[in-house]
Design a protein around this ligand. Structure first.
Ligand SMILES: C[S@@+](CC[C@H](N)C(=O)[O-])C[C@H]1O[C@@H](n2cnc3c(N)ncnc32)[C@H](O)[C@@H]1O
Length: 358
């Protein structure tokens, strides 16, 4: 059965559906688009239903994945099918795709990140190959199209058929970048900073803002996974932590290790980057980041906010407001980008860039 499709589909970390829904609801309230969320805990996705087609167009045009923290991918739903026959699932999906009346640059069949849906990976792969073959045959694929088709199997009988505006969507299936752990990195945490840099910055920004010879401070650096990412880009890093740093990273000659308190350390002169992975209360970390950014001690910051058990969305808003207020008082605007990354658990990762207000 195809329900009327005035909705968007967001993928999120399983267990964070209510934060994902809250964030979408806040945007909906600001836009007065009359929506509501449908979600099931631990499913790894939220369907956000808008009042009508006009409201869905407005919401989809205004709400960008880049501005969301708890969504990994944001798709416009074309339709939903609840009774896919085991013998020929494509036969029930194809009419929706044809009726949409547009060509797509690609077609992905994927499943949410939940334990149950992950078992559908094999089915997604085989259906995807068959779907691509049919779409080629029917001229429904065009590499130049700005739209990508997404089929999200939520179980073996149920699928959302949706589309993404490629310019604004995550470029990875399920919204998850597949990153390989670099064998010389000292800790798996390195993947968190790598994911933050590829998710929160675009390629031009990475080239411009992460240049060889730049300086950085890493608060809570040991054993050095985040420092490793900066050293890899030939940046000079002051690593602040009472714990030991990885010996081969220290041998690189790019790292100065200071056994000091990351909540007290102050750089002798301004640096380009501050990164911070100290396990502390989020408000305390936010206040510390605000001090650095408002004080002009760094231009760019990436930091982790460990979320509390309850009111996690509200906590993020409080932290954001704190950084914004301190920076505003110092005559600065902020470019804030936050995401609960695939490599984040009960936490989010934030990038902030200080912009001098004119
Ligand atoms: C999650 S680990 C950091 C892992 C690191 N980012 C990596 O990639 O290897 C947190 C670190 O914060 C450090 N830490 C916690 N409180 C600190 C403080 N007040 N000052 C300095 N370091 C602190 C701990 O010693 C620990 O090494």
């Amino acid at each position: 059965m195809n329900r009327a499709a005035h909705s968007l589909l967001a993928y999120c970390r399983p267990g964070f559906e209510s934060e994902c829904a809250q964030e979408l609801a806040a945007r909906d309230a600001a836009l007065a688009t009359g929506g509501f969320a449908r979600s099931v805990r631990d499913s790894g996705f939220v369907e956000f239903v808008l009042a009508d087609r006009v409201a869905a167009d407005t919401f989809a045009g205004e709400v960008r994945l880049r501005d969301l923290c708890f969504s990994r991918q944001l798709l416009r739903v074309i339709g939903r099918v609840e009774d896919l026959p085991k013998a020929d699932r494509l036969a029930r999906l194809l009419p929706l795709i044809r009726e949409r009346g547009r060509r797509f640059c690609d077609a992905w069949i994927e499943s949410p990140d939940s334990d149950a849906a992950r078992e559908l990976a094999g089915l997604c792969r085989s259906l995807n190959n068959a779907l691509i073959a049919v779409m080629k045959r029917e001229s429904l694929l065009d590499a130049k199209s700005p739209w990508r088709l997404h089929v999200c199997l939520t179980d073996a009988q149920t699928a959302f058929v949706a589309e993404a505006d490629v310019a604004h969507a995550s470029p990875w299936q399920g919204g998850i970048p597949r990153l390989r752990f670099p064998s010389s990195a000292p800790s798996r945490s390195t993947l968190k900073l790598e994911e933050a840099l590829v998710t929160l910055l675009d390629a031009d920004e990475r080239d411009a803002w992460l240049r060889p010879g730049m300086s950085a401070v890493d608060l809570g650096a040991a054993p050095g996974g985040w420092t490793w990412q900066l050293v890899r880009r030939s940046m000079k890093v002051t690593a602040v932590d009472n714990g030991p740093m990885d010996a081969s990273l220290m041998d690189s000659g790019y790292v100065t290790h200071l056994r000091e308190d990351g909540f007290r350390y102050r750089p002798p002169s301004a640096v380009d980057w501050l990164v911070c992975d100290m396990v502390e209360q989020p408000r305390r970390v936010a206040a510390r980041m605000a001090e650095w950014l408002a004080g002009g001690w760094c231009r760019y910051a990436v930091f982790n906010l460990k979320l509390p058990m309850k009111k996690r969305y509200d906590e993020v808003q409080l932290c954001r407001a704190r950084v914004a207020e301190d920076m505003s008082n110092a005559g600065q605007r902020m470019d804030w980008r936050a995401r609960q990354l695939y490599h984040d658990r009960e936490e989010i990762t934030v990038f902030v860039r200080a912009i001098c207000a004119a």
